[in-house]
Write a protein that binds this ligand. Sequence first.
Ligand SMILES: Nc1ncnc2c1ncn2[C@@H]1O[C@H](COP(=O)(O)OP(=O)(O)OP(=O)(O)O)[C@@H](O)[C@H]1O
Ligand SMILES: [Mg+2]
Length: 246
Amino acid sequence: MGDGDRYSIETRGLTKRYGKFTAVDGFDLRVEPGEVYGLLGPNGAGKTTTIKMLCGLLRMTNGEARLLGESVPDKKISSRLGYMPQETALYEGLTAHQNIAFYGRVFGLTRTQINDRERQLLEFVDLTRWRDELVQNLSGGMKHRVSLACALIHQPPLLFLDEPTVGVDPELRASFWEYFDELKAGGVTILITTHYMDEASHCDRVGFMRSGRLIAEGTPQEILREAGASSLEDAFLALSREADRR
Ligand SMILES: Nc1ncnc2c1ncn2[C@@H]1O[C@H](COP(=O)(O)OP(=O)(O)OP(=O)(O)O)[C@@H](O)[C@H]1O
Ligand SMILES: [Mg+2]
């Protein structure tokens, strides 16, 4: 595909079919290094399916994808990806610390590296005092925060965050975005899904997905201009109505 390593994420004709149903339909995506790209769209649009195919958790039916210059799926790059799933994948019977350390070991970090990183991450997700609590005793938003710490433990240069701020209170959501901006400043590429339009406006570019297809893409300002709307929310409602009419 294209010019090799220029993009952190590059897909061509990415497709997922379940029997006769097409969940992702010929999706072409290009995300540049250091970009924060927001994948938006209604429930069932195909966002999670796209991310799972990119992370090698779901086999694509058709098409191709490259991440950090490597064809997907490829075990070599899994250690360079961070993935925060929409449905948190934590061990409920283990503590926050044990979960984070588990992911650290999976990625081959030493105990000292894990402890140093974990300290920073727990502070960032504001869970330091819950470090030794069993995950099953944490609130929904707290579990989400542990899950984010797990995705970041190995400092991956490419991050897939599937609705990372669902159930997270407004103050902490704002601090998450500050942190994402810091990661971006350090050259990390982020693909993020969200249903919060105030968050979408933080992204460098957004893509609006519907029925498995990308129906609009651009900077938040471009999307507003094209839709003649004053908010992203209105822009997307207008795009959806237009798609329905077709
Ligand atoms: N295993 C499966 N078998 C059949 N259909 C599936 C399967 N997994 C997902 N789908 C369908 O694929 C479509 C896309 O689902 P996906 O989870 O990617 O949507 P999404 O954009 O992430 O939605 P949400 O905003 O609700 O998270 C949905 O219609 C869903 O029902
Ligand atoms: Mg989803």
